[in-house]
Design a protein around this ligand. Structure first.
Ligand code: ADP
Ligand code: MG
Length: 242
């Protein structure tokens, strides 16, 4: 059974058909990179997977179970399908440690001590345990984004969604975030990453998909994708970003 199966989904914003018959399967432990021009529907696509956006047609299964079934609680779904955004969205009034422990304590009823122990382990994993008592504003963008990753991991998600996690960062901070993501991929996390970091895609992705105009235009292994793209739109896109 696939970790995620997306079956022929369609979405409209009013009259605007933003996702057109999109289907995709992601196996457990697989890393899927999604690229494509601005406005092609990449964010909308991954936001449907944790129901930050709703679809009007089609089906999305998480481990074989429809995420739109009556017994699915959206808040629980979002703990199983973690997300990291371009803008880090940390709670500014909470310390780094409290940002990471908040959901385990509130949503999972984890005792505070246990949540803090878990948070420190995760902060160590992304290389910022020495920043635990600081506030987000005192951290660099790259450090804040690693806190956001640790915060999502604290809920022990089955899948992680990344929406251009390095696009808002200064160039010298991009690698520290990509390295945290690479570690996560090596540890076997199932990941869907919208990114234009083609070095990351080459190194880590099992598959790359190219979206344009709300459709998946092309998909393949990084090898296929970068050396032998078939579609004119893919070729034009790669030419622009590589
Ligand atoms: P991408 O992430 O590939 O840049 P998006 O998924 O953000 O693309 O957006 C796809 C298209 O849908 C764009 O044309 C965008 O303007 C439009 N769009 C995105 N969000 C909304 C919204 N909430 N209401 C109406 N149109 C939207
Ligand atoms: Mg986007």
């Amino acid at each position: 059974m696939a970790m995620i199966e997306i079956k022929d989904i369609n979405k409209w914003y009013g009259d605007f058909h933003v996702l057109k018959n999109v289907s995709e399967k992601v196996e457990q432990g697989e890393v899927l990179v999604i690229c494509g021009p601005s406005g092609s529907g990449k964010s909308t696509f991954i936001r449907c997977i944790n129901r930050l956006e709703e679809i009007q047609k089609g089906e999305i299964l998480l481990e074989g179970h429809s995420i739109h079934a009556d017994d699915v609680n959206v808040n629980d779904l979002r703990t199983e399908v973690g997300m990291v955004f371009q803008q880090f969205n940390l709670y500014p009034h909470l310390s780094v440690l409290d940002n990471v422990t908040l959901a385990p304590i509130k949503v999972r009823n984890m005792p505070k001590g246990q949540a803090e122990e878990l948070a420190m382990k995760l902060l160590e994993r992304v290389g910022i345990h020495d920043q635990a008592s600081k506030y987000p504003i005192e951290l660099s963008g790259g450090q804040q984004q690693r806190v956001a990753i640790a915060r999502a991991l604290a809920m022990k998600p089955k899948v992680m969604l990344f929406d251009e996690p390095t696009s808002a960062l200064d160039p010298e901070m991009i690698n520290e975030v990509l390295n945290a993501m690479k570690d996560l991929a090596r540890e076997g996390m199932t990941m869907l990453c919208v990114t234009h970091e083609m070095g990351f895609a080459r190194e880590v992705a099992d598959r790359v998909i190219f979206m344009d105009g709300g459709e998946i235009v092309e998909e393949g292994t990084p090898e296929h994708f970068f050396t032998n793209p078939q579609h004119e739109r893919t070729k034009a896109f790669l030419k622009e970003i590589l």
